[in-house]
Design a protein around this ligand. Structure first.
Ligand SMILES: [Zn+2]
Length: 231
């Protein structure tokens, strides 16, 4: 298991508290002095003050654990970050770094922070309840099992690992080459790749409703959806 609960920490140059390092922001000094590293609480307070907004109630949300559709537990950590709005980011920790599943929300700055957090938790729960890859499940030949796209749409994240671009699908990292193999069942098909900022809402179903291209034919019976227990 690569997941670690212990997150790296750092010391804030403003309040001198030791805080989770992923919330830190490096700020260039206004007087030309050395850059300062601020914890999310100090950074957010400064941001709200500069923007003339009421002081943000900084909350260090405890990590939460949620299970995905195959019963695998995922631990999410949170960072609150003010930018063009009230942002909260949730991420899993893989090898001491944010990785795996990641979700975020960006709400109007006046939004009560617990409300934004609640929305993010709902987004996490909806996001990990859906799977985009499934195993071919050759009976008695597990070593030959291959992953492939389960439906007509795949959601994921473009990320980087040691300088190499990777994709993260179902909370797991794959190479672009592997991703291409997952789509082997669509050889000859067209596709559309659309990118989203992590805070943007988007469709998450692997089977989006689309017009039937052969509407003049009687509808074929669809197979029963599988229960996803094998992947
Ligand atoms: Zn601080």
């Amino acid at each position: 298991m690569r997941e670690t609960i212990e997150l790296p920490t750092g010391r804030c140059d403003e309040c001198e508290q030791v805080r989770p390092a992923f919330g830190f922001v490096n700020m260039a000094s206004e007087e030309g002095g050395p850059a300062r590293s601020l914890c999310s609480e100090c950074y957010n307070r400064g941001y709200m003050k500069r923007a003339g907004l009421p002081e943000l109630e900084t909350v260090y949300f405890e990590p939460i654990v949620r299970c995905d559709s195959v019963g695998r537990a995922h631990t999410f950590h949170f960072v609150v970050h003010m930018s063009t709005g009230l942002g909260i980011r949730a991420f899993e920790c893989v090898d001491g770094c944010p990785g795996g599943y990641q979700f975020s929300v960006l709400e109007p700055p006046q939004t009560p922070i617990r409300e934004a957090h609640g929305k993010l938790v709902k987004r996490i729960e909806a996001g990990i309840a859906v799977r985009y890859l499934r195993s071919s499940d050759f009976p008695g030949a597990a070593s030959q099992n291959r992953l492939y796209a389960k439906g007509m749409a795949v959601n994921g994240r473009i990320d980087e690992r040691e300088g190499t671009s990777v994709v993260v699908i179902d909370g797991r990292e794959y190479s672009w080459e592997e991703f291409g193999e997952f789509l082997g069942c669509f050889n000859g098909f067209d596709f559309r790749l659309e990118c989203f900022d992590s805070c943007e809402a988007r469709e998450i179903t692997p089977d989006p409703v689309r017009p039937n291209p052969i509407w003049w034919m009687p509808e074929l019976e669809r197979p029963e959806p599988d229960d996803d227990r094998h992947h």
